[in-house]
Design a protein around this ligand. Structure first.
Ligand SMILES: [Zn+2]
Length: 163
């Protein structure tokens, strides 16, 4: 399998909103996890692939509860987000041979948050030399097929217990 390391970084399109609804609230309610690229559901958070990834395997950890501020997260939600991040890094190391990670919150529109009203943690896998691909592929479109292949690669890992 050949993996393209970099896909476009289209901050403005990450998530976005349909009307007044919040996509991070709406998607888990739809019951179409594969179509919505939801990889895993925990008790209070879920893991979803970014529709407009910065890199192959770009994941997001999202609380089900609509919170716009980091301080609104409960201790349980905060712990679950960190545990999910640990799990995501292990799975990305195994499944995609990720060598490093950028993990972070973009809080507020000024910080580049696509959906500022609902906090989410980005997990972006990195490989040595991957930045070289950025200028080359900056305008490449993300194909849905490409995301589905990524989904099918990662999904079984998230179903295993204790990882
Ligand atoms: Zn929401």
């Amino acid at each position: 399998m050949t993996w393209t390391l970099w896909a476009p970084w289209r901050m403005a399109y990450i998530g976005g909103t349909r009307g007044d609804e919040c996509l991070f609230c709406e998607k888990p309610r739809e019951g179409a996890d594969r179509r919505n690229l939801i990889l895993f559901r925990g008790p209070s958070t879920y893991v979803v692939m970014n529709l407009y990834p910065y890199a192959n395997g770009h994941l997001m950890i999202v609380p089900y509860r609509h919170c716009s501020d980091l301080g609104q997260l409960s201790p349980e939600e905060s712990l679950e987000i960190m545990q999910a991040a640990q799990r995501c890094t292990r799975i990305l190391q195994v499944a995609l041979r990720a060598e490093g990670f950028n993990i972070g919150f973009n809080l507020g529109k000024v910080a580049g948050a696509g959906i500022a009203e609902h906090v989410h943690l980005h997990v972006v896998p990195r490989w040595s030399g991957d930045t070289n691909f950025m200028p080359v592929l900056a305008d490449t479109k993300v194909m849905p097929e490409y995301l589905e292949v990524g989904y099918d690669t990662l999904f079984p890992h998230f179903q295993e217990q204790g990882r």
